[in-house]
Design a protein around this ligand. Sequence first.
Ligand SMILES: [Zn+2]
Length: 277
Amino acid sequence: MPIYPVFGIDMQVAFNFSRGAIVELFRNIRDSPDIYEVINDDSTRMSFPNVVERIENLLDNIFPADTGLTVSYQGTEFNLESLFDLVGWIFSVTGEVPADATAANYYYPLVILYCKWCWTLCVHRWRVPQMVQITWFTQGTTKRVCLGSNLDRPGQPRKNAARRRRFDMLLTDRLAEEDERNWSYLHFGGQLIGHCAETFPALFIKSLGDVVTLENARGIAVKPIRALINGLPNKLHVPNTFAMRRDLLANPCPNCQRVLSRLEKDINLANFRVANL
Ligand SMILES: [Zn+2]
């Protein structure tokens, strides 16, 4: 089965978009939300102009100087800070997911497109996120995706502040506990909860409450640089060997296993593993 288009564009064509073409597309989505099938929710659509403006301002910096931008996801407000999370929000609210979408014909190509656009958008390529994540699930009868990025280059005060604010959102939503604020399940001194690419997908999904059932929710984390360099000749194709999947993709880390398991009792973490993509 061929790969589905996204944003009304052939996925392979979109993959090769220039920086200017990506930004121009975001402006077009802002101006014509119906054509681009932006989620039909007033507060979500009202966030679009601010998101596009902030993306244009962050291309050289990735992070704003101060705090993030308040953005609505289907009526719940979130503080989005990095360029990559703002782009992930656009991917999460734009375009209807095809009824017969699969990992091979839609979800994996979509997250690779997100990787590529993060790469293309940032001036300094070493700032490309080390990890991104896509989760797909059903809201009522509607298929949805949520995408996000990790906070790369931890240790710098600005990024640590962003991590703490993400943690506070997880805490408010009972996806994290207060005694985990400075605790890593990875190893002593390891990444802390809030750092990972799964953070905003988990927060967005949690905000929807009982209208989602996560029994069949699936997801995959991708290492953008490795996926774009080491993947198959056509980067949109799902890696077809376990060795390649282990190189390009990642299982939920021990921190994320805790966060994801708190989303809903029926969530199946096996659906987020590399082997089961
Ligand atoms: Zn993680």
